[in-house]
Design a protein around this ligand. Structure first.
Ligand code: PLP
Length: 432
């Protein structure tokens, strides 16, 4: 095949395509693929060893059995459910609704759910629906998960950074950022937040901080987009603080769920809980979820029913209790995080300007170092020391994080954590 004679100019394509933000994932994937022998603290993906392909057939069977034996489906109905185009809202909404009630004490009707292609699609649907004009803005923490800042960039939605402290996102900072944005002519619509073991900072909010954020959102008339892929992965047996959605009695929180870390990412199943009421010009009400399904019908049409069926089977098999179903994963990540923190204590010399936080769970630790932790440093780390990490600057849209790196404990085989941290310390000392 010959190369096309048509030449496109990047400058004529959508501005997001020239934005380094959208390149950051490619850059990391590229460096990881060039250094496959390295020990990698870079990716925030689940540990391969927790994934067993045998469950796919088992879960599919469990879901079909459930349809036949509990929902009373005929063989024809089962065929259509699994193999035809399906409703844009999804086919496992009732199971998801029961699951979040059991696990998170969230009470929302099944028709307030939209089953999405990962939480990522949920972000796109919600941003598209909420931001109508060019001044409608999203408030987001700095540092921030690139999935949401990238999604906003695709729609040309301005992102207003709310600086995160060691305690996470604080209500005063949200109020300050919302008011400053209004003075600049923007209309802040929503606040994006990962309240548990955030990506990238690892920080979690106390229950009081969550209540304060809900109050600030009410004062500033903001919706809250709560993204919660890591909430179950607490490092100790202490109680998990309630989700913002569970605390919300005013309907301000739109909840983004993901089965990527508690099920498996290849299923690409996430969901949005959008139980807010939307009123049209004739005074008729719908749910925000109904509006999101209109957008979804023009993007992915519906989330693969096969994937939904597999995840549906996972839920059925575990009596709609994903917390109980994830026990082995919780134990694994808990032990690996502890292993990584212990190894940092052991291998990094004191008094040389190395600092790191001690998250109470999740996948991520942020380390501050006395040198520029940029792409060139990462390349040297990979080539000379065979260890990978993520430069924190990828997560700051307005600059920042130059001397910080994100370490993820999730994908590293337990037996390699100590050696990886030893290599990291050798690299960091050599750079300092
Ligand atoms: C904060 C956060 N939200 C959402 C996601 C993505 O979820 P999904 O795979 O369901 O699209 C991730 C994945 O790394 C994440 O870290």
């Amino acid at each position: 095949m010959t190369a096309s004679a048509v030449r496109l100019e990047l400058k004529d394509l959508h501005g997001s395509l020239s934005d380094p933000l959208l390149d950051s994932m490619n850059f990391l994937n590229e460096i990881v693929s060039r250094h496959r022998e390295a020990i990698s603290f870079a990716p925030g993906r689940p540990y391969d060893g927790l994934l067993d392909p045998a469950v796919i057939a088992d879960y599919l069977t469990a879901y079909v059995d459930h349809l036949r034996d509990h929902a009373g489906y005929s063989p024809d109905q089962i065929r259509v459910q699994l193999m035809q185009y399906g409703p844009a809202g999804g086919i496992i909404r009732d199971l998801l609704a029961r699951t979040v009630t059991n696990d998170e004490n969230i009470h929302a009707p099944a028709d307030a759910f939209v089953v999405t292609v990962g939480a990522q699609e949920g972000m796109l649907l919600v941003l598209r629906a909420l931001c109508a004009g060019s001044t409608d803005a999203l408030l987001a923490p700095s540092p921030c998960y690139v999935g949401i800042s990238g999604a906003a960039r695709l729609f040309d939605i301005p992102v207003v950074s709310v600086p995160e402290s060691d305690l996470g996102m604080e209500a005063d900072a949200v109020v300050g950022a919302a008011r400053a944005a209004r003075r600049r002519g923007l209309r802040p619509r929503a606040l994006y937040i990962v309240p548990d073991f955030a990506n990238p900072s690892g920080v979690s909010l106390t229950t009081e901080a969550r209540r304060a954020l809900l109050a600030a959102a009410a004062d500033e008339d903001l919706l809250i987009l709560e993204d919660n892929p890591y909430g179950l992965f607490r490092a100790d047996d202490g109680p998990c603080p309630p989700t913002l959605k569970a605390l919300d009695d005013a309907g301000r929180v739109i909840y983004l769920g993901s089965l990527a870390k508690t099920g498996f990412p290849g299923a690409r199943i996430g969901y949005v809980i959008a139980d807010q009421r939307v009123c049209d010009s004739a005074g008729r009400f719908t749910l925000l979820a109904d509006e999101l399904t209109k957008i979804k019908s023009m993007t992915t049409v519906n989330t693969s029913p096969i994937s939904q069926a597999v995840v549906g089977g996972l839920l059925v098999r575990h009596d709609c209790r994903i917390r109980a179903a994830s026990k082995a994963a919780v134990e694994f990540y808990r032990a690996n995080l502890r292993r990584m923190l212990d190894a940092l204590d052991r291998h990094f010399p004191a008094g040389q300007g190395f600092r790191w936080n001690r998250p109470e769970g999740g996948f991520f630790v942020v380390m501050t170092v006395p040198f520029e932790a940029d792409e060139d440093a990462l390349e040297r780390s990979a080539r000379q020391h065979q260890v990978l990490w993520t430069p924190m600057r990828h997560f700051f849209t307005g600059g920042g994080g130059a001397r910080q790196l994100r370490l993820s404990c999730s994908a590293v085989p337990p037996g390699l954590v100590d050696e990886g941290v030893r290599r990291l310390a050798a690299f960091a000392v050599a750079e300092s």
